[in-house]
Ligand binder design. Sequence first.
Ligand code: MN
Length: 351
Amino acid sequence: MITKIIKEDLIQKAKEEIESVNDIVIVSHVSPDGDAVGSSLGFYNFLTDILDKNVTVIVPTEVPDYFRWMPGASDMLVYSDDKELCDEKIKNAELIFALDFNNLKRIGDMAFVVADAPAKKILVDHHLDPGNFANVIISYPDISSTSEMIFRLICRMGYFTDMTQECAECIYTGMMTDTGCFTYNSNQTEIYLIISELIKKGIDKDEIHRRVYDNYSENRFRMMGYLLSEKMKVYPEYGTAMMYLTKEELKRFDYKPGDIEGFVNMPMSIKGVVFSALFREDESKIRVSFRSQGDVAVNEFAAEYFDGGGHKNAAGGQLFIPMDEAIRMFEEKLPTLADSLKKEIEKQSKY
Ligand code: MN
């Protein structure tokens, strides 16, 4: 039995809005990940195939190749590729769904046109602290992916039987990628009931795993080796590893969006490491990603010193200083986490 987590009045509001319109736009966040693309395309497939709506999915920046196999991906628009067309779609939409982000800042250059669009907006998301830019806010931070929320939404609107394999494949991809293949945020038993239903819809979960994780470029693979052997500093007393890549290094490996996806998680495989940081330099700033285990709250650390935020165990931020200064600053602030790091190291040393 799958429980009714999403409040009934929110389901009904979403359903009414969908039923009263024809042209729908779905938007998701910059550097779209598996959950951004999976939830958007899962919902896209449902709205077009089952409800016969005219739907456009728009993401702010390029989608990694290894998500391009998802049904509907070829119809997706990338804002940075064709702003004019995207602006027009957003302005003329009758209803806008905002999926997998909590704040308009997360959609980059699209933020203004989405904010100004006359259409009603419905947010479906699982990040903490949803902004109030939407008319209907469906926010459940305890659900491990927006894709799972889309599954629940479709079912609760009464369309489970109609759900297609295409829709199910997208939803599964988002659930899989946002939980590191069900290795974190994945202890809720209903996740597995849902997967079981998705398999009954015809998905091949092993094949989906291969399409996403055995489909990287040679460049990405070599960059990973370089990063791990040459660019990782470990601070054993803090159970911390930090890695960094400069613009020049990214260029050397012909960096493409998505190429560093997941790298930040890798040092967690080291015994005694409970906090991992990755700094990546781009044109204008240094992008910071943090991952942690247990009670090490990296979202607070990110908010306090790195102009960012996120989940307790997965957060990010940004710095507008050179890389060497950024590393120095990280090392300077790391001791502020000492207590929680030590507790977590202690806890893990028992097994
Ligand atoms: Mn997500």
